[in-house]
Design a protein around this ligand. Sequence first.
Ligand code: FNR
Length: 420
Amino acid sequence: SSIFRAGISGARPRVPVDPARLAKAARRALSTEAYAYLAGGAGSERTQAANRRAFERWQVWPRPLRDVSVRDLSTTLLGRRLPSPLILAPLGVMELAHPEADLAVARAAASAGVPAVLSGQASFPMEESAAAAPGAPRMFQLYWSASDELNESLVRRAEACGCSAIVVTLDTHLLGWRTRDLDLGYLPFTRGLGIAQYTSDPVFQRLVDERARDSAPAEAPPVRLTPRTVAAGITIARKGRRLTGGGLRESLRSPLPRAAVETFLDVFSTPALTWERLARIRSWTSLPVILKGIVHPDDAERTVAEGYDGVWVSNHGGRQIDRSVPTLDVLPEVAARVSGRVPVIVDSGVRSGADVAVALALGADLVALGRPYAYGLAVAGEPGVAAVIRNVLAELDITLGLSGHTAVSELGPASLRRAD
Ligand code: FNR
């Protein structure tokens, strides 16, 4: 109701409430390259369109005259109570959106009690995100690197800085064919952006040293990455008024420790990953492990059968395969197969509180938000992310009440009607 009251007071919000206007505001705030990286998808972006179409196929079926004066958005995840079923999907390279990047996201998530999933491709080391929001619920997302020693190190650091689960992303063993970025000749990582989890890691430091030793003349000084370093160039860019406009271009010119970037590109992921190799994670941590990027019921079945702790239905927001299956379409089948044995999380195309309600009704236990909070971050930093979270939760609450439910747990297939 505070959001309504703010609206009634006549004040225009800095962060647009409407999802399309929010995206436009972000586009205005960002450089061409930064916006393309955030907004873009694979190929002709049919998967992104299909993700949205899948939502359009469902309508909420209102049932009035039920007492909905008290409503409960809370839920549980892996034994922990959460104030709502919303979580923030891991988004890498958030320095493209705002200089405070992951730190702003961590703080905004913490103030809403919403778990943040710290990206493996973050702009700040996970320890700094943890320190920015002490005690807040957080998880760590791992891209399975070619070096298992590095994977182990990242997982152990996540456990040490208070992450309650490891999310392994399985749909990015090859980088998607991202046409906007290709046409702009732009890949953040080659500029040393979004590699802070690596440059702050002792195993990665050793891999960089080895690489530099192998390829540089003997008298060349070793590349020294301090734990604080993302890369030299980015620090320069952060000093500018904003990284997102001219600042981004500034960072493109900045000198970077080449060996670090090259090492990152060598190890960042591996197409050789299999179920057998994935199981090694169990010897590195006792934390719950959630698999992200599951879209087939058989893979969901195997996730449960192999003892993993959560199924995250995702097509990476349409960034990996053009013409991939929309997640909302496969969600009911996946949820039926999982049958409550582990939590099911869904993302890709969620833009509003009504979308969250539909995803919950179709079998998700939790719903993850991606691009919209990056847009909030681009428009207004930490308060921008907070506004986006608040708006989604307010609309979810209203949708719940107007459709005749008093708790998110009551949402089910009977809450919906399929559009003709
Ligand atoms: C992502 N995504 C992602 N996923 C992941 O596991 N690790 C990561 O580092 C990133 N990075 C990332 C950057 C950007 C700019 C985007 C847009 C997405 C995928 C993300 O977690 C999530 O699956 C999608 O964003 C969900 O789709 P929507 O909500 O963006 O449509």
